[in-house]
Design a protein around this ligand. Sequence first.
Ligand SMILES: Cc1ncc(COP(=O)(O)O)c(C=O)c1O
Length: 447
Amino acid sequence: MTLLEIFPSLRSAMTPRLDPAVWPASTHVDDHDRITVAGVALADIADQYGTPSYVLDELDLRHRCRTYREVFPEAEIAYAGKALLTRAVATWVTEEGLSLDVCSAGELAIALSAGVNPRRIIMHGNAKTPAELSAARDAGVGRIVIDSHAEITLLAATLTRRQNVLVRVTPGIDAHTHRAVATGVTDQKFGFPLEHGQADEAVRRVLGQPRLNLIGLHCHLGSQITEVEHFRTAVDRMIAQMAQIRIDHGTILTELNLGGGHGISYVCGDPQLDLSSLAATLDDALDDACARHRFPRPRITLEPGRAVAGRAGVTVYRVVSVKHVTGGRTFVCVDGGMSDNPRVALYGAHYSVALANRHSIAAPAVVTVAGRHCEAGDELAVDVQLPSDLHPGDVLAVPGTGAYHHSLASTYNAVGRPPIVAVRDGRSRELIRRETVEDLLRREVSG
Ligand SMILES: Cc1ncc(COP(=O)(O)O)c(C=O)c1O
């Protein structure tokens, strides 16, 4: 007889800490001490669909869309598809009243094949190809965000009728995010800097093209931003620019797209962006800036990706081996890694990990969860606490993997990409199947 059988009340005290700020809202522990999401045991998903698998809580994702609409009732919310886009996700977000931001012909095709109204699609990309601009034109997307001088000329030549466009500007704001995702600073590849009149020049050129209907400006400050004050500065600078455009050209722009970048927690205690406080700050900043410049309040668009999809996702892995290095670390090696989650290697991201298929009363040990790939840096979580009796066959779950995991996945080492399994009301269904070795071989055209 186990201790838990003698003292059942110990169970709740001893279950792993599943912080609701990090795990999907529907995460629980069932009577067999297994972690469940939306009423489905992650261990059952591992058995049925194999590992690694991305698990996606549909209602969690839908709920986050609804929260955005409630907190920002007057703004347009355009889900950033680069975070995670499948036909089902495109359907869920648009059913919840969001628009959709895409940044490639591929993402556009997924959105269209899900039946998304093209008028609600915003097309991004710092290097859109002629084919992509033609695809956006043919689809009749609502807005194209212009990112370079070459694009102005190319788009104007491509269009057969007037197209609503925004100009992407970099407002020179350092939101203190990782260098690889700091897109609001001047010295990077996106948009036209406000500095040195570069954005002015782009606006002048766009206004000189009769087929381009400039309706607003766009900026995106970076990723994982947790302090709302950066957005106040952005509003100040962007409204000042819009007011200057009115003075210089007599054109009143009616749309201000402030991008995404809303930070979420990956581990317990991580800061995250407070949406209510962002709403209050934006309101305040718009009141101030518009009054100062006597400029009519533009319609605001926000483009969250991670904050909509990130916490709806959990990746399940199976432990393949546990290696104790004498004088070194203990490595818990799993059957996935940097091919399904490159964020650790790319950004030094941190994750929570939990044992998902059973409860252990073994003492915790500090371990490194390592991936299966041929890179020493292929580690999913360093110095995390897991039960010391972990063994091959155990199932580990990593929360916070709904955004920028499937979309960033690779086939490194010819390992096929994992499936996406949606869970809702105690049921699971595959949205994307696992990529097989046959899929990889099918791409080879000559031997
Ligand atoms: C233009 C634009 N909008 C929105 C986003 C979404 O950012 P996040 O997922 O951090 O909210 C990105 C991310 O790179 C972006 O480049």
